[in-house]
Design a protein around this ligand. Sequence first.
Ligand code: ATP
Ligand code: MG
Length: 355
Amino acid sequence: MIYAHDLIVLAMNGTKELDMAGTKRILTGIRPTGALHLGHYVGALETWLEYQDSYESFFLIADYQALGDNFDDIDKITDSVRQVTIDWLSVGLDPEKSNFVIQSYVPEHAELTTLLSFITPLGMLERNPTLKGELDQLAVEKRTVGFFNYPMSQVADILLPRADLVPVGEDQAPHIEMTREVARKFNRIFEPVFKEPETKIGRVPRLKGIDGSNKMSKSKGNVIELRFTEDQVSKAVMSMYTDPNRLKATDPGTVEGNPVFQYHDAFNPDKEKVNDFKHRYREGKVGDVEVKKDLVVAINQFLDPIREKRSHYENNPNEVEAALMKGISKAREIAKETMEMVRSAMKINSYTSKW
Ligand code: ATP
Ligand code: MG
């Protein structure tokens, strides 16, 4: 469908926008609540890398959303904004091709969150399974209104650049579904301003934590970070949860749901070896230590090229800052356009003209 605003934008901005006119947009993001981990790579970053050549991408550091449960630790957010940017550069996201953005540097994110919250039924948040699970695990004093509302903020993040596609891990899928519903409702009540974005789930929808819990999460500390040294990887893997019912190497073990094998599948390129491990594990013919030692090697080999790039960016902070500034400026342009369309569609910027 061609949206009226696309034509307006074309008319306003001429050839520059014309170049991008056929290009679809991505908006996706990460909360600056810690350094990035293997789950981010296989659930999200890998897809971002694949699409950064063919989409106009906006990668958002969602600092408002981090405030929800970290309002009392701004130092952590400050440090994480830097860490996340370095992580992105180290895995190969290219600020020349894509736009790196900090949410609070584009205040239209807050304005759109507010406006959309007035047309969004409370039940959408109350029924959201990801939000429910996260709130249950949060200390009472951290259960802020802002945290409860963070999926709403994510809806606004996605709609602000009028994104077509949102590549995320599986836990975020309910938020994208909510985005589609809110976009539909806005377009129906007012004017068709927003697109209904598609969800793209990564190769590993949800990587387990090293503690065996169902998701590796920066705020849970059950992670293998992309910045870990070889020793840190080794310590984390050797301490990993495996099959709790297997007491000796000769006991038949369970492969399904065992994080060690989920990681082998995700990071070990030698599929034949992984299949052999699985076979021997089920038969009680291989010990956890042997399987884990091989996983340490596979993960370290996977991380080596990322480590190499990281050391460059750690030593060149100017490049890290520059990577953010270009994207922020582009995001501001588009945010301004969208908010003009939104205010005009809602007719909330022209009351006095009708008196
Ligand atoms: P926090 O614990 O602070 O919520 P997080 O580790 O869940 O941090 P987010 O910033 O919430 O990370 O998520 C960023 C992106 O990475 C999202 O698309 C999310 O779905 C994806 N992601 C995060 N953890 C995993 C995981 N373990 N497996 C697959 N994808 C993941
Ligand atoms: Mg999360």
